[in-house]
Design a protein around this ligand. Structure first.
Ligand code: ZN
Length: 435
């Protein structure tokens, strides 16, 4: 009997030791993560606090804002037992805070018995700049005359650093770029297919804390009518083009089906590529003076021609022509429209072998249906430099150059950029004015 009692006592002792070890084993304080953890914030910036305690679990958290010696309690929360993780959204809008520096202090405790039962404490300070004032936009350029399908430039000053700025027109955004003079320059377009009433350009600026301001600009618009063209698709043309595209069409069928895929889906993909390339622009203007065009050439197609395609007397498709078709002799040398950097020199769907040159501020030129390249991606070219030769690759019926001008991915009227006085009055003079 004695030995059984001994065994029982031993068991109780073991139990007590085990309980003590269990109770005191958690010596790690909770993990605290605040996102963002630093930077410029406003009363609207969402701040996410994540707490994690894999030991005894979370007990409480206290969030305090420290600013100029003041302590403002933002949150004080206790957690039910066994809470291992917690996620809180902090909102500063309920507090009266001053513009400038502040710190967010976070004290989190767990269920462990240390520190007279307060648990293992984790105390951290996160530094921020508090800014609730939207940027001030001062528009500097005066008259903005835009013709439907054409381009314009606005210059302005901002009083603080920004995350995003440019011209917003409906859903279209044209980025603005800060120049060496600290002035911002933004090229924008009056899209050829936009209704006059919808064309309301606004300069917008979002600062680092997410505060946003818009500013109107003075502008005048001129309407422009574009041509309607009827294009008859011959069997000869369809048969001639089908082999080039066959491997690029998912379900290749008859030559006419291939044409419809290329003229529809592939055209959309190629347009999307131009929007993507627009993002690789340089922040300063690289062009000097007006643009040059293919010499001794005749105009086969104009910008924004509305094309209806007919096959065996029936209308089967339509599209808009985003450039100029210029025909010269076969395999004519193609001059670079202006100074810039070669962004693309490769095959691209309807454009065939083509080159895209970046001229800065979102301005880019496209040279399509080429037969030969004399430059490669990354090359800096000068106005008039030979880029390669014309051809009939891509969706082209014969040897010609398709020349396109884009402003931040939006196709614009090339005529303006070829026109010395238009360029001087509407773009270059605005960039060089001493403000
Ligand atoms: Zn064309």
């Amino acid at each position: 009997m004695k030995s059984i009692k001994k065994l029982l006592l031993l068991l109780i002792l073991f139990g007590l030791i085990a309980a003590t070890v269990f109770y005191f084993r958690d010596t790690a304080s909770p993990l605290v993560t605040l996102t963002p953890g630093t930077g410029t914030i406003s009363h609207k910036t969402p701040l996410f606090l994540e707490l994690n305690d894999q030991g005894m679990g979370l007990k409480q958290v206290q969030v305090t804002i420290l600013q100029e010696g003041n302590r403002l309690l933002l949150a004080n929360q206790t957690f039910p037992a066994q809470t291992k993780n917690a996620r809180l959204e902090l909102n500063l809008s309920s507090l009266k805070l001053k513009q400038g520096g502040l710190q967010i202090e976070i004290i989190a405790g767990d269920q462990a018995v240390y520190h007279l039962g307060k648990g293992n404490l984790s105390q951290q300070l996160f530094p921020f700049t508090y800014d609730t004032r939207p940027p001030i936009i001062s528009v500097l350029s005066k008259a903005h005359n835009l013709t439907k399908g054409g381009s314009g430039l606005v210059t302005y000053r901002l009083n603080e650093d920004v995350e995003k700025t440019g011209v917003q027109i409906g859903n279209l955004f044209f980025p603005g770029f800060q120049q060496e003079s600290e002035i911002y320059a933004c090229l924008f377009a009056y899209p050829f297919d936009m209704k006059d009433a919808d064309f309301v350009p606004r300069v917008v600026a979002h600062d680092l804390a997410g505060n946003e301001r818009q500013a109107g600009i003075y502008y005048h618009t001129n309407n422009k009518k574009f041509r309607q063209r009827k294009i008859n698709l011959s069997n000869n043309f369809l048969q001639q083009k089908a082999p080039e595209f066959e491997s690029l069409v998912p379900e290749a069928g008859e030559p006419l089906e291939i044409f419809l895929y290329v003229n529809g889906e592939m055209r959309r993909q190629n347009r999307a590529k131009m929007v993507e390339l627009a993002k690789q622009t340089t922040s300063t203007p690289l062009w000097q003076g007006s643009f040059t065009r293919l010499p001794r050439s005749s105009e086969l197609g104009l910008f924004a021609d509305y094309r209806s395609y007919y096959y065996e007397g029936k209308k089967i498709d339509e599209s808009v022509h985003f450039g100029f078709d210029l025909a010269s002799v076969a395999q004519a040398e193609i001059p670079a429209g202006n100074d810039g950097e070669v962004l693309w020199a490769d095959y691209l769907g309807i454009y065939g072998l083509c080159i895209v040159i970046d001229h800065g501020l979102g301005l880019q030129t496209l040279y399509a249906h080429m037969s030969q390249f004399d430059v490669q991606v990354g090359d800096m070219v000068v106005r008039g430099q030979t880029l390669g030769r014309t051809g009939a690759t891509g969706l082209a019926g014969g040897d010609h150059l398709h020349f396109g001008v884009f402003v931040s991915g939006v196709a614009v009227q090339p005529l303006e950029w070829w026109d010395k006085s238009w360029l001087k009055n509407n773009i270059d003079s605005k960039l060089t004015v001493n403000h």
